[in-house]
Design a protein around this ligand. Structure first.
Ligand SMILES: C[S@@+](CC[C@H](N)C(=O)[O-])C[C@H]1O[C@@H](n2cnc3c(N)ncnc32)[C@H](O)[C@@H]1O
Length: 298
């Protein structure tokens, strides 16, 4: 047929698809379990996390070793039940390797964290990118739920903010925030604060406020109103049934700012959260005419 047979690197052991090598290493597992090996994983630097069905935990260490070798990872962890609670704590089981501490590089930002102690929402990637493209020249930004610096770091590094006040309540996340501020050379821009954001001192000084938290976010809106300057932009995250997000955002903001006290600039879907429910972010400008009266709730 006029074709030539070539052989070379394309057929080397290292270039074989990882799943092929993982299945081979575990080929003595019962067919039922072999068919349930996860084909997706998440990387956090040298740590890899996978989701395992209940029948697979009995082979935990062997599975961890097979994934570590095929993916060149230092440790492999099983994500048991996602994140939960006020601090969004992960539930991870170490299958193989030293532990979950690692450095993940994304969009030129280095995030040091421990996957067993703090969350990292890979689904919020586009929102982290959007934050770094904002024009925050000369602004004072408040990140009310900064975690390890998910949004604080892109804004401080790339968006030109004058200063970012980054507040985090979980001491484990705060420790990584401090490390990440140094790793990314933004010591001159980020002011870290350990504690509850409702204790942030001062009033009407923020040009921009990030509210990267979902489900109980509206409880913190009176505090955001207290921090906001007239004209401030609030990036408000929350979950809503798909289709009602516009109405729900307006209802929540009207209650705190009054019907004429704000302007919705846009609402975008960050990711799917549950069947027919999505995580949204609303960009809302506080009107200069908003009445900055003491809140009923704060
Ligand atoms: C969901 S995480 C941040 C998610 C992040 N925006 C992302 O893109 O992945 C929210 C963080 O807010 C912190 N937090 C919760 N309540 C808080 C409060 N009242 N004050 C300060 N931080 C708080 C949690 O500990 C957690 O680290």
């Amino acid at each position: 047929m006029g074709l030539e047979i070539l052989s070379g690197d394309a057929y080397s052991e290292a270039s074989r698809p990882p799943m092929e090598r993982i299945r081979e290493a575990l080929s003595d597992l019962p067919a039922y379990d072999l068919a349930r090996l996860p084909e997706k994983w998440e990387r956090a630097g040298s740590a890899v996390t996978i989701k395992l069905g209940p029948s697979l935990f009995q082979y935990g260490e062997r599975i961890g070793k097979a994934y570590a070798e095929a993916l060149g990872a230092g440790s492999v962890l099983a994500d048991v039940s996602g994140v939960s609670g006020e601090f969004r704590l992960p539930d991870m089981r170490l299958l193989y390797g030293e532990g979950g501490e690692s450095v993940k590089t994304e969009n030129g930002i280095r995030y040091s964290y421990d996957v067993t102690k703090v969350m990292f929402a890979s689904g919020n990637l586009e929102e982290r990118r959007r934050m770094e493209r904002l024009d925050c020249a000369g602004e004072t930004v408040v990140d009310m739920f900064c975690g390890i610096g998910y949004f604080t770091l892109p804004i401080a590094r790339f968006a030109g903010a004058r200063c970012v006040l980054a507040c985090e309540k979980n001491p484990d996340s705060y420790r990584f925030l401090l490390e990440n501020i140094k790793l990314n050379g933004v010591e001159g821009t980020v002011i870290p604060m350990l504690g509850d954001n409702r204790a942030i001192p001062g009033a009407h000084f923020a040009d921009r406020i990030l509210m990267g938290y979902v489900q109980t976010t509206s409880e913190f809106l009176p505090k955001a109103r207290e921090l906001a300057k007239p004209g401030c932009i609030i990036h408000y995250h929350d979950t809503f049934p798909v289709g009602v997000q516009d109405e729900r955002v307006r209802r929540i903001f009207s209650e705190v700012f009054g019907e004429d006290g704000y302007e919705v600039l846009g609402i975008r879907e960050v990711k799917s959260f549950a069947p027919s429910v999505s995580h949204y972010v609303a960009d809302v400008r506080v009107r200069r005419s908003a009445r900055f009266r003491p809140s009923r709730r704060s």
